[in-house]
Design a protein around this ligand. Structure first.
Ligand code: ZN
Length: 113
């Protein structure tokens, strides 16, 4: 389950931000997860809760914003929506899609005290 190491990375980013900005409690964490990032939101929540226990983000609310995936179809020379990393082009039905959007996970915002 790679969500565990992703959750650890998120905590690392939060701790670095806390040092830089001088806050001591995190109430809410807003994460963006792209549809093509291969991150399971439920698994992410579970791992996040486990990882932040006894940290400055203990019991912080994790809000996940899902970012729709998109890809470039070489046949159609157009950007089309992609809900999955292996998906057919909605215009031509071909599989020459190159994922262009919704591929990553990133920290959008923190609510701190
Ligand atoms: Zn196409």
């Amino acid at each position: 389950m790679h969500e565990m190491s992703l959750a650890e990375n998120v905590l690392q980013i939060i701790e670095d931000a806390a040092r830089a900005d001088g806050f001591h409690r995190v109430r809410k964490v807003i994460l963006e997860i792209g549809q093509l990032a291969v991150v399971e939101p439920d698994a992410m929540r579970f791992c996040f809760d486990a990882v932040v226990r006894d940290s400055l983000a203990d019991r912080a609310i994790l809000e996940i914003v899902e970012i729709p995936g998109s890809g470039w179809c070489m046949n159609c020379a157009a950007t089309v929506p992609m809900s999955d990393i292996i998906t057919a082009c909605s215009l031509c039905g071909g599989y020459s899609l190159q994922a262009t959007g919704g591929k990553e996970m990133k920290l959008r915002a923190l609510e701190v005290e």
